[in-house]
Structures are given as structure tokens and as C-alpha cells.
Write a new protein. Structure first.
Length: 119
């Protein structure tokens, strides 16, 4: 079992920045796909960004150029730097982790952290 603990959410004005963190309780953190998802009120959970074990990163189109995903394998921590935030970025952000080394299938989820962007 892997535990994921997110932090860093909050209330920010449009155009502002936040950095989310996700600490994973596992060894060999660098072997696993890690990602951020979000769920806005009344909407389905959607993919935001992913960090692969080989260092490849992916972003949904709406956040490209504004969000940056990074990982510190020495600290078992995943980050999401969010700049130029928009009201439509308001959502609960979830950290997700793969359950099998090098396989992109997310089996573990954090409890979520609220991000609210005011206009």
C-alpha cells in the first residue's frame, strides 16, 4: 500500500502562482509513473500532468506553458508548479501513483488539495 499526501493548495487571485507537493510513502519512487489530476465542481476528474520514470513529462493542453511538473526522487516527492492561474483552474487537485514499476496505470490516489482561483 502506498500513501500519497498532497499539500500546497489554497486561494489565489487570477494570474498568481501556487506549488503543489505530493509525498509518497514508497521506496524506489523513481520507478513509477506519477501524475496530477483535478476535479472541478460538477465535472469529472481530468488529467493535468504526468511525470514518467524516464523523465518524460506530459500536460493537458489547457495548462501547457503555465504548469510544470517535477519530481525529486531523493525525497519521494512530486511537485506541480502552477503559474498564471485562471479561475477555470479551480478544482481539487489529486496526486496519483502507478502501482507497477514502469507501467502507466494509476492505482494510488491522494486525498486531494483544494485550489481556488478568484477573478
Amino acid at each position: 500500500q502506498v500513501q500519497l499526501v498532497e499539500s500546497g493548495g489554497g486561494l489565489v487571485q487570477a494570474g498568481g502562482s501556487l506549488r503543489l507537493s505530493c509525498v509518497a510513502s514508497r521506496r524506489t519512487f523513481n520507478w513509477y509513473h506519477m501524475a496530477w489530476f483535478r476535479q472541478a465542481p460538477g465535472k469529472e476528474r481530468e488529467f493535468v500532468s504526468e511525470s514518467s520514470p524516464d523523465g518524460t513529462t506530459y500536460y493537458t493542453d489547457s495548462v501547457k506553458g503555465r504548469f510544470t511538473i517535477t519530481r525529486d526522487n531523493t525525497k519521494n516527492t512530486l511537485y506541480l508548479q502552477m503559474n498564471s492561474l485562471k479561475p477555470e483552474d479551480t478544482a481539487v487537485y489529486y496526486c496519483a501513483a502507478g502501482g507497477t514499476p514502469f507501467v502507466k496505470k494509476y492505482d494510488y490516489w491522494g486525498q486531494g488539495t483544494q485550489v481556488t482561483v478568484s477573478s
